[in-house]
Design a binder for this molecule. Structure first.
Ligand code: GTP
Ligand code: ZN
Length: 347
């Protein structure tokens, strides 16, 4: 029988529970993917951590996913996701790469030193808004900066409703500061470029406990973690946290709604332009150009909006092209297979 309290401790929610039929409640076991490696998944069944080989059924799984297992431990299905983060695969691959699933709150980390970058924050926001998760901008390394408040104000100016926190990742006070989001059954993802303090923050939230993945490391065939792994860790407050590895490159794809939500101010201004197809370059009566001229909108934000839109359009088109190509290829295979069967029958 499923122990609901134990399931809750790894982020179970009514959204997943309602996907189970009554008899499944007694005959199956929901498990959560807590790490992914090249050939296997590490899952938490609330009692212990287990490994599952990656098969066709689980090839699209990502950390945070819920799987339903039968009594013999076979995968029955992947439960419908509440949210998922994905990006375009690195390099020339026309593919989507999942980052994490079933996230409720995303901490978007950006450091207050030389790496401070509003464009990058907007890029991450597009991803998080597309998944319809709550976003918290967490500005790290406050102890190394003497202009934290100015930078916090710059981020807040992106959106007056945005939550923006300034922290030192080593400081124990972060637990109190971030407490409003660290609720039981909540899954938090920690996102941000390499070196911004994701692991340091995670460790502070964990209370400097050694991350409880050592047992698994020994089972890893190479005896070490691959850099592609992502971890899901339980906090004392009942929230679970996903520490993603630093992303050198976050190419957006399939996030048009996320971009619209992130740049709602520009979208609204566009509605007031004199021409409905205004390109906001030199048209008379352009509300966007006017807003930049009077200082209501920064040119930086407008240029980044255009850049992210172009990038998203390009990558989304190439994903669709690939999907269409795969579809027509599979149709071709099916057709030739059917013909082969027919020819066989005629023999
Ligand atoms: N002074 C100071 N140093 C910090 C803070 N947060 C992180 N660091 C340091 O910054 C470096 C990078 O921190 P990590 O926590 O490893 O960064 P990360 O985001 O996990 O990096 P990746 O694992 O590459 O994705 C380490 O040397 C940390 O000690 C902070 O708030 N203040
Ligand atoms: Zn315009």
């Amino acid at each position: 029988m499923i122990n609901i309290n134990k399931l809750n401790s790894i982020g179970w929610q009514p959204y997943f529970q309602q996907q189970l039929a009554i008899d499944e409640w007694s005959q199956t076991k929901p498990v959560r993917v807590i790490e992914q490696h090249r050939s296997q998944l590490i899952i938490d069944d609330t009692e212990q951590l287990l490994t599952l080989p990656i098969t066709n059924m689980t090839s699209q799984c990502v950390v945070g996913d819920w799987l339903l297992l039968d009594e013999s431990g076979q995968v029955l299905r992947l439960l419908e996701r509440k949210s998922v983060f994905s990006r375009k695969s690195i390099g020339n691959k026309r593919d989507k790469q999942y980052i994490a699933a079933n996230v409720d709150v995303a901490f978007i980390l950006c450091s207050l030193n030389d790496d401070f970058n509003l464009n990058r924050i907007e890029r991450y926001l597009a991803l998080v808004n597309e998944a319809e998760c709550d976003a918290v901008i967490v500005l790290t390394k406050a102890d190394l900066a003497n202009d934290s408040l100015e930078k916090q104000a710059l981020v807040q100016a992106l959106d007056p409703l945005l939550s923006v926190e300034v922290i030192n990742c080593f400081d124990d006070n972060v637990k109190t500061q971030l407490a409003p989001w660290l609720k039981a059954q909540t899954t938090i993802a920690v996102l941000g470029s390499s070196g911004v303090g994701k692991s340091t923050l995670t460790n502070t939230l964990l209370g400097h406990r050694v991350q409880n993945t050592n047992g698994i490391r020994e089972q890893d065939s190479k005896g070490r973690h691959t850099t592609t792994s992502r971890h899901l860790l339980k906090l004392d407050c009942g929230a679970v946290i996903i520490d993603t590895p630093g992303m050198r490159e976050l190419q957006l794809a399939d996030v048009s709604e996320g971009i619209e939500a992130t740049f709602q101010d520009i979208e609204n201004l566009s509605d007031s332009c004199k021409f409905t197809n205004c390109t906001h370059t030199n048209e008379p009566g352009c509300a966007v150009i006017h807003a930049i001229e009077v200082g209501d909108l920064t040119e930086r934000r407008f240029l980044n909006y255009q850049k992210l839109r172009r990038e998203n359009q390009f990558n989304t088109a190439s994903l669709h092209e690939r999907r269409a190509h795969d579809k027509s290829l599979s149709k071709y295979y099916k057709r030739t297979q059917n013909q082969a069967v027919k020819i066989k029958r005629m023999d």
